[in-house]
Design a protein around this ligand. Structure first.
Ligand code: ATP
Ligand code: MG
Length: 354
């Protein structure tokens, strides 16, 4: 038996066990996850989490998606583009197959009761705990040296409110989000212990990683909306070809799948594998010593083929802005009802029901 020591391997093993439990009784699970409306979604989102959300929805799990607009102002100055970005993310969700007749899509700024949960939740963690959070540290570093605002420090607690307001217990995320999720679990545990010891109010949600927990961008770093290294889902086939054509590889001629030693090549192989249902090792063997150019051609073909139906649906959906507004309004209404109910229960637990 092998002993798993790598945290990512352990997280992957936990995800695999979670998948089995979900398959056995999907009705016992509720997905809550989301994205910051800092721009349109990219391949990293699709392969890292969005495809999992769609799959779980189809398997009968109820899905809640938060478009985390308040989190944009943690480290961005995007005034004037926020509403457009929210529409872009919504389009990506629907085009990827999220079904708004069963899924709830909402912006957290529209749900005051969710935000009020922040007050009791903030009392349950220490400043030092938040300062130690690796995601907070990484995001502070990424904000380009400007002093991080207080909202960035409370980001993981806000995320706890996003997840716990609807008592979400499965959170499909990319690897970078796992430390945030630990804060949510801590908040749930401490709330239950302090205020609801005999009948726990909140579940301790579990992260669900995909086969692609971190997709690298064209510069070899994590693909990210804000780094200019992303292949957007909405990109044209030509643009996709140009972007992937520039993707970083390495100087070895023969293509092999070695994620540790050759991360950039491995990420390209994983992308093509996820898009075609093949294994990365298979693809690598097939490309062999035809080198990076052949690898990129395979990836471009796989991505464009895989995204063709999504892109077609996206164009159709974009032509009907009224529908997008309706979807969001209905999601915000539903989320508000649930958040109000949770806040009532929280008040009761805290002896604040007057
Ligand atoms: P930003 O640069 O504005 O932070 P982002 O590209 O990192 O944007 P987020 O909105 O922060 O996107 O992330 C939304 C979700 O998508 C999270 O669950 C995150 O883990 C996942 N995700 C983002 N980028 C990747 C990636 N490159 N690979 C796998 N998952 C990803
Ligand atoms: Mg991010």
């Amino acid at each position: 038996m092998t002993v798993r020591t790598d945290p990512l391997e352990r997280a992957a093993a936990r995800s695999a066990r979670l998948e089995e439990r979900i398959a056995a009784s999907p009705e016992r699970f509720r997905v809550l996850t989301g994205d910051r409306p800092t721009g349109p979604l990219h391949l990293g989102h699709l392969l890292g989490t969005l495809a999992n959300r769609v799959r779980l929805q189809r398997a009968g799990v109820e899905v809640f998606l938060v478009i985390a607009d308040y989190q944009v102002v943690t480290d961005r100055d995007l005034v004037g583009t926020l509403a457009q970005n929210v529409r872009e993310v919504l389009l990506d969700y629907l085009a990827a197959g999220i079904d708004p007749s069963t899924a709830t899509i909402f912006t957290h700024s529209a749900v005051p009761e969710l935000n009020q949960l922040l007050v009791p939740f903030l009392s349950l963690v220490t400043v030092a705990e938040l300062q130690r959070n690796p995601t907070v540290k990484a995001e502070a570093a990424a904000s380009g040296g400007s002093a991080p605002g207080a909202l960035l420090l409370t980001y993981p607690v806000h995320q706890a409110a996003d997840i716990l307001f609807c008592r979400g217990n499965v959170v499909p995320v990319g690897r970078d989000q796992l430390p945030h999720l630990e804060t949510t679990r801590l908040v749930a545990r401490r709330f239950n212990a302090r205020y609801a010891p005999s009948a726990p109010l909140f579940p301790e949600p579990e992260g669900l990683l995909s086969e692609v927990p971190v997709l690298l961008g064209t510069d070899g770093a994590k693909m990210s909306k804000s780094r200019g290294n992303a292949v957007e889902l909405r990109a044209t086939e030509d643009k996709t070809r140009r972007l992937l054509g520039r993707a970083r590889t390495d100087s070895e001629r023969t293509v092999t799948y070695e994620p540790e030693r050759r991360p950039a090549v491995a990420s390209l192989l994983l992308t093509a594998a996820s898009c075609t249902g093949r294994t990365p090792t298979d693809l690598a063997d097939e490309i062999g010593d035809r080198g990076a150019a052949a690898l990129k051609a395979v990836v471009v073909e796989a991505v464009n083929e895989h995204l063709r139906p999504l892109r077609r649906r996206r164009r159709e959906l974009a032509a009907d802005p009224g529908h997008l507004r309706d979807v969001l309004a209905a999601g915000n209404r539903r989320a508000t009802g649930i958040a109000a109910d949770t806040l009532d229960r929280v008040r009761t637990c805290m002896d604040m029901a007057y």
